[in-house]
Design a protein around this ligand. Structure first.
Ligand code: 6R9
Length: 646
């Protein structure tokens, strides 16, 4: 691992929001006096009724609760739109770049206000009320942002489902939160291909009798079936609605959104975020981590279906009155210069993407990057998975011309915003390290026996205290919230990640320590893939693990035991891959499937995943202790027929 240090460029430090001394001073205060610190910084957003209480948190499993600014009221949409109208009405709020390079649109704050008000009123006309759950299944088009903000305006709770998920996954998410309304579009476009969102939605809704209202954006013009009484065209209902919708007064702890994410067991969890603390934290981290200056163009390439899209395409930037770029397409369409062409076209200043995209572009060589200008860029960001030093250095050298600091931001759906990251004017960088904690964040490294580890060390990454952007519960299952995050290491928030802390106190995230795998920056529960596989009529049993993959970070490796009488074949292998795609979505497709006559189990019947991970990683010479295996011969067969010999 590289131990190079890159100092903050002097010119950058001179103009940055915070330098090293300021970071240290603010950080110290935030840890010593969290109430005072967050009481002050809570004022960065507009409150209808100001809060008098800042924080009420207990991590004690018997009385676990997390409340911030709880007696304050606000409206998140008004913070993201209305409060900028006085001085930024004609500034671009959203620059939208379509899948095709000749398609783009600029939406000013004034236009954003009108569009969001119209949709909010249309939703009210259709009977949507405060607290109702609204599922959003959309491509990356401005209407997805309008839909989220319209929900926030009237106090409805949005649940955005990534457009790449299957009808079955959409169905599960609509049902879990008992969503009564779905907002979707005829189809999405990615790399020239059409994604049939409305058709998928129709399939999902066959199983969701309570979801009685569908609003459909006409985007591609693809033919769709409209169900009388249930489906409404977006353009019809918004044209008929008033362009003025007073924002609802919302309690700081009223829910803003639910976002489903994979865990180590069971179905995806509905991560619930509330309004006040979330917005304070999203806007503050956006401003400080990206050193955002008024007038800059900021581009985060995530999809709104993931938390990064929520906090750093939409809520953080808009709360700060920024110009945020929203991109519908993919990095390699129509060619691999696309990202940089978009940077030049819209004079992007900050660019925030995932390591998997960087690694894929790195493979194409420097030419597609170097033939573009990119002189508008001043800062680069990375998120979603550990970035290997080689990719970091390429990003810094080739994309950023060694001029732009790279902020590697570690955080999670659960954390609402960035927890560990450099501040570009304050933090010397080490390629591959997420560096230091944000204000108010106190990481603790804990060993498996619950001991806090001091100094340079390696272990499980926990956070000692709360921060305003933290999730509040698992929707409908508070017990699962407590079990998942607060019981493994009592009194701490457990992230599920492992990390190393070096002698300078820098954090290096080493990846998940649970049964979650990170495929191209997307979280996937191995249990979810297993349950999809065993739902196939020919499959008896399955165990899924991650293995190192050059481009994706981790690939999905599935061990499959067939029912008696079923024969393994190449055809069946393909069929199972298709089956998982259909059940969950393309991101869950197994990369490798190994036929397993049996799985390595302990005498009590527990699958020994540690062994399966080693075989999948082609490290079968390091299997460790196998003495507890019920049948050691099983392992010999698995090693003999392993699929990854790379
Ligand atoms: C924001 C987001 C969270 C998991 C997290 C970790 C991994 C995210 C990272 C990173 C190393 C980074 N992760 N950022 N690992 N360095 N900068 O990605 O949320 O989809 O919930 O995934 O992603 O393993 O636990 P989410």
């Amino acid at each position: 691992m590289s131990t190079d240090i890159l100092e903050v460029p002097a010119e950058f430090a001179a103009n940055a929001l915070v330098d090293t001394a300021k970071y240290q001073e603010m950080y110290k205060r935030s840890i010593e006096d969290p109430e005072g610190f967050w009481g002050e910084h809570g004022k960065r957003i507009d409150w209808i009724k100001p809060y008098t209480k800042v924080k009420d948190v207990s991590y004690d499993a018997s009385d676990l609760h997390i409340r911030w600014y709880e007696d304050g009221t606000l409206n998140v949409a008004a913070n993201c739109i209305d409060r900028h109208l006085a001085d930024k009405a004609d500034q671009a709020a959203i620059i939208w770049e379509g899948d095709e390079p000749n398609v783009s649109r600029t939406i000013t704050y004034r236009e954003l206000h009108e569009q969001v008000c119209r949709l909010a009123n249309a939703m009210k006309d259709l009977g949507v009320k405060k607290g109702d759950r609204v599922t959003i299944y959309m491509p990356m088009i401005p209407e997805a942002a309008y839909a989220m903000l319209a929900c926030a305006r009237i106090g409805a709770i949005h649940s955005v489902v990534f457009g790449g998920f299957s009808p079955e996954s959409l169905h599960g998410r609509i049902e879990d939160c008992d969503s009564t309304v779905l907002i979707t579009s005829d189809a999405g476009m990615r790399g020239g291909r059409h994604i049939p969102l409305k058709k998928n939605a129709d399939e999902a809704l066959e199983h969701c009798p309570n979801c009685k209202t569908v609003i459909v954006v006409q985007h591609t013009g693809d033919d769709v079936t409209m169900v009388e009484g249930r489906d409404h065209w977006y353009h019809d209902v918004t044209a008929a609605a008033s362009p003025d919708c007073p924002p609802e007064e919302i309690g700081a702890e009223d829910p803003l959104f639910i976002l489903y994410t994979s865990g180590s067991t069971g179905k995806p969890k509905g991560v619930l975020h509330t309004s006040g603390g979330y917005l304070v934290y999203a806007s503050m981290t956006h401003e400080y981590v990206f050193d955002y200056k008024p007038g800059e163009v900021y581009w985060c390439t995530a999809d709104v279906g993931w938390v990064t899209g929520h906090s750093y395409i939409l809520y953080g930037p808009l709360a700060n009155g920024a110009t945020t770029l929203m991109f519908e397409g993919v990095p390699n369409y129509p060619n691999t210069s696309r990202f940089w062409d978009v940077v030049d076209k819209h004079k992007v200043n900050t660019f925030y993407t995932a390591p998997t995209a960087i690694r894929a572009l790195m493979r194409e060589g420097e030419d597609p990057v170097k033939k573009t200008d990119r002189s508008s860029l001043r800062l680069l960001g990375s998120v979603g998975e550990p970035i290997n030093p080689e990719a970091w250095l390429w990003y810094h050298r080739v994309v950023g011309d060694e001029r732009c600091p790279v902020v590697d931001t570690w955080w999670q759906t659960e954390t609402g915003g960035i927890l560990i990251s450099p501040l570009p004017g304050a933090t010397s960088l080490k390629p591959g390290s997420a560096t230091l904690p944000f204000f108010g964040i106190k990481p603790v490294v804990v060993d498996n026996e619950h001991n806090d580890l001091e100094g340079a060390t390696e272990g499980n990454l926990c956070i000692e205290d709360s921060w305003p952007g933290q999730m509040r519960t698992v929707y409908g299952d508070h017990e699962r919230f407590i079990q998942t995050y607060f019981t493994t290491f009592p009194g701490r928030y457990f992230s599920g990640d492992g990390c190393r802390r070096d002698a300078d106190g820098y954090y290096w995230i080493t990846g998940r320590v649970d049964d979650v795998i990170n495929v191209s920056g997307h979280r996937m529960g191995t249990a979810e893939v297993e349950s999809a596989l065993v739902a196939h009529s020919k499959v008896a049993e399955s165990a899924v693990v991650g293995y190192p993959h050059d481009l994706k970070g981790q690939g999905i490796y599935a061990y499959v035991t067939l029912n008696a009488g079923e024969e393994p074949s190449e055809e069946l292998r393909k069929e199972l891959v298709q089956w998982v795609r259909k059940e969950i979505g393309p991101i869950a497709s197994p990369d490798l499937i190994q036929w397993a006559p049996g799985l390595p189990k302990t005498r009590s019947g527990k699958i020994m995943r540690r062994i399966l991970r080693k075989i999948a990683a082609n490290e079968h010479d390091q299997l460790g202790d196998t003495s507890t295996l019920a049948d050691p011969a099983v392992v010999d067969d698995l090693v003999e027929n392993r699929m990854n010999r790379g």
